[in-house]
Write a protein that binds this ligand. Structure first.
Ligand SMILES: [Zn+2]
Length: 65
């Protein structure tokens, strides 16, 4: 039988059971598929926000120089 342990979800912090072997592979970071989807969407929005800020900088520079 596979060894299972309690872990905290990276997104909602809920406790969930996951196989230790999966954790060792970098899997089982989230309690559910929707939490994983939410977390990845958040990362994407953060990246987009960073890209937007850079674009604004470039636009402002082109106005002044
Ligand atoms: Zn969760």
């Amino acid at each position: 039988m596979m060894k299972k342990e309690d872990f905290n979800c990276k997104h909602c912090n809920n406790t969930f059971k996951a196989r230790v072997v999966d954790r060792n592979r970098g899997w089982a970071q989230f309690c559910s598929k929707s939490c994983k989807a939410f977390h990845q969407a958040k990362i994407r929005r953060t990246l987009e926000a960073l890209i937007m800020e850079e674009t604004v900088d470039i636009l402002e520079e082109s106005v002044y120089y």
